[in-house]
Design a protein around this ligand. Structure first.
Ligand code: IMP
Ligand code: MG
Length: 429
């Protein structure tokens, strides 16, 4: 049985949670490999509507083991809150396991996230404010605290004392803030460590054992390719290391790249972005507003209104290449149901030149003007449709055009939020 990575092909919020929830029915393992609780994965199923931030979207299938890999940063308070909330709604979390190598989001990360954003002024990134950037920065700077550190209390105290002294100097002297209390952080994080300890397991070993047994494994991406530290619209990206591209699915789990059989790129039928940074197809008009209202495009983590625009095939084809997509899942087709015409950006005009791949510099990104193809809309509801051939001809033509432009076969088309609102062309598992 295969190992399938599910990767965001745009700026996040493509509907990865829904696709993972659908695929997880046949998976023995679902594993997160990057990001943290900046992610917001919405899943709607027979148990209701859920917003997951750290817990893998396979949690609703009782037979599925859900692993949080070494590449994820964990805010233990947020994780415990999410676990408790799931438990109170009848979703068991006994099958949830956390890598001891995962890094921990500390209170100073959250504080510094806010202070750094303020210091950036008009160049603020528009982060989710969850401390993710500072936590990954500390991981790379070798000043991180890992989940395993929380269970060795003496060693934890010594390490926290050292790191907090540096952080408090930064907070007080650089930003004029108030120092954080060692005692308070120590006590609360020891408590989190105790509560999480039954879930701490060598997830890299677990996933390798699952591969050896031939189990079906899903690697659940967070954020999207254009938010990747290397391949995204730097510096308007997320700091996750490993990145949010398919390559990160190896580094963030303990699998080797050759053990990943398929890479499914999740692409929304239009484009959204939340936070700052370039977005060539953004529509700051009534069309963009209509997409936002029909698609309820408000952030699952921060509630912010998402920026909306037409499908950007320059971005999607680039994503297909840097991730090695073997198939795509097109989501939210139904949001476009009411439009008389739909557009697809096929190239950018930058300073009079035509670009068919994204530029590198931020300045050129901001200058990129979309060159669009216009197709007729279908103006018919699609949410009830379960077979590709039953789509209205204009909707089918739109999907086929996306497939040709992205250069990768479409395996699924999602036509609504609920688990069953999906057209499956290739089951993948
Ligand atoms: P951070 O990850 O909180 O540091 O935020 C960096 C950028 O990534 C901001 O523009 C966020 O809005 C964006 N971002 C982070 N996580 C997500 C996500 O799950 N979906 C969409 N955008 C995200
Ligand atoms: Mg999201």
């Amino acid at each position: 049985m295969p190992v399938v990575a599910v990767i965001g092909g745009q700026w996040g919020d493509e509907g990865k949670g829904k696709i993972v929830d659908v695929l997880a029915e046949k998976a023995q393992v679902v594993m997160r490999f990057s990001g943290g609780n900046n992610a917001g994965h919405t899943v709607v199923n027979d148990k209701g509507e859920f917003r997951l931030h750290l817990v893998p979207s396979g949690i609703f299938h009782p037979q599925t083991r859900c692993l949080i890999g070494n590449g994820v940063v964990i805010d233990p308070a947020a994780l415990l809150e999410e676990m408790d909330a799931l438990g109170s709604r009848g979703v068991a979390v006994d099958n949830l396991f956390i890598s001891p190598r995962s890094h921990v989001v500390m209170p100073y990360h959250i504080l510094l996230d806010a202070l750094e954003e303020k210091a950036r002024g008009s160049a603020a990134i528009g982060t989710t404010g969850k401390g993710i950037g500072p936590a990954f920065a500390d991981k790379v700077a070798r000043l991180g605290i890992r989940t395993t550190d929380l269970v060795d209390k003496e060693a934890f105290l010594a390490r926290l004392r050292l790191i907090l002294e540096l952080k408090n100097r930064l907070i007080v002297q650089m930003y004029g803030g108030s120092p954080l209390s060692l005692e308070e952080i120590y006590q609360s994080y020891c408590h989190y460590g105790e509560r999480l300890s039954p879930h701490i397991e060598d997830t890299d070993v677990m996933v390798q054992e699952a591969v050896a047994k031939g189990e079906a494994i899903l690697l659940e991406g967070a954020q999207g390719t254009m938010l990747d530290l290397d391949f995204g619209t730097y510096p308007y990206v997320t700091s996750s290391s490993p990145g949010c591209v398919a390559g990160g699915a190896a580094g963030g789990t303990g699998l080797g790249p050759t053990q990943i059989d398929h890479v499914v790129g999740v692409l929304k039928a239009y484009t959204t972005r939340v936070g700052g940074g370039p977005m060539p197809t953004e529509l700051e008009d009534e069309v963009g507003e209509r997409i936002r209202e029909r698609g309820k495009e408000y952030g699952a983590t921060t509630g912010r209104a998402r920026r909306c625009g037409w499908f950007d095939a320059v971005v999607a084809a680039y994503s297909a290449r840097v991730n090695g997509f073997t198939a795509t899942a097109i989501t939210r087709l139904d949001v476009l149901d009411s439009f008389p015409e739909v557009k697809i950006c096929v190239a950018y005009q930058v300073d009079g030149a035509v670009y068919r791949r994204p530029p590198n510099s931020l300045a050129l990104w901001y200058k990129a003007q979309p060159i669009c193809e216009t197709m007729s809309g279908w103006q018919t509801a699609t949410s009830h449709i379960r077979r590709l051939e039953d789509l209205p001809p204009a909707a089918l033509a739109y999907i086929k055009r996306l497939e040709a432009l992205v250069g990768c076969p479409v395996a699924m088309v999602s036509v609504g939020a609920a688990r069953e609102q999906i057209i499956v062309i290739n089951h993948l598992l």
